[in-house]
Design a protein around this ligand. Structure first.
Ligand code: IPE
Ligand code: IPE
Ligand code: MG
Length: 226
């Protein structure tokens, strides 16, 4: 079964550079790709798509690039609202959202509210997201919960993650060829199948997603058994 796909959308900068374009143009092209891949995911029967858009480490980039990305996120969420309503996509942001600029927080909250009743696809956008930060935030949420369980189990711990009780992604895709997780979904990826594409994110579309899913379906998932 393939219910949840997570994607590390990497390679915008290299895609642009290879074409003599600016990194910003690469990010714009990459942002447009989100709608394409979301639509393909719906056609494939996927229910949850979690996309890594900005990591807790990406603040290290030059401030001009960080500011450009923040503006892009806000602009894009408004621009895509019509398309999301049409396709039944529910937007949900995950990460340390409270640390984002007010403009970004406001726009994503608006779109989250506007799409809250859509049910074709849950589109989780990981923004100012770090896997270690999420685990620490979950532990702090437990410490502050007056109704916390006496014992933490793998099952009740999930309730404290950014998206409570999110099923694990069966498939993790990373575009841009790097063989690392870069602090994405450290808890949830524990048994996910990994697929790395050499294509840069702005060139990863319908056909590439289908190819990843086809390969996933041929994997033998043993979970430590035989
Ligand atoms: C991914 O593309 C987008 C973000 C991390 C925001 P990059 O900007 O990392 O592109 P490359 O890896 O430099 O090509
Ligand atoms: C991972 O890409 C983060 C996102 C796609 C948002 P990076 O480009 O930041 O990852 P590294 O630096 O190659 O590990
Ligand atoms: Mg990168």
């Amino acid at each position: 079964m393939l219910q949840h796909i997570a994607i590390i959308m990497d390679g915008n900068g290299r895609w642009a550079q290879a074409r003599g374009m600016s990194r910003s143009q690469g990010h714009e092209a990459g942002t447009r790709q989100i709608a394409v891949v979301a639509k393909a995911a719906i056609e494939l029967g996927v229910k949850i798509l979690t996309l890594y858009a900005f990591s807790t480490e990406n603040w290290k980039r030059p401030s001009a690039e960080v500011n450009f990305l923040m503006g892009l996120i806000s602009k894009y969420s408004y621009e895509q609202l019509g398309e999301m309503q049409k396709n039944g996509i529910r937007l949900n942001c995950m990460g340390r959202i409270e640390q984002l600029p007010a403009l970004v927080r406001k726009s994503v909250h608006k779109i989250e509210e506007a799409t809250a009743n859509n049910s074709q696809l849950i589109l989780n956008i990981a923004l100012n997201y770090g896997g270690r930060a999420e685990i620490c935030d979950a532990v702090n949420a437990i410490l502050q919960d007056p109704d916390r369980p006496e014992q933490i189990t793998e099952t009740n711990f999930r309730k404290y993650l950014y998206v409570p009780n999110l099923p694990d992604p069966e498939l993790l895709i990373r575009t841009g060829g790097e063989l690392r997780i870069s602090n994405f979904l450290l808890w949830q990826l524990s048994y996910s199948e990994i697929y790395v594409s050499e294509k840069y994110w702005p060139e990863f579309g319908d056909a590439e997603l289908r190819q990843a899913v086809t390969e996933f379906q041929q994997r033998n998932r043993r979970y430590g058994g035989l």
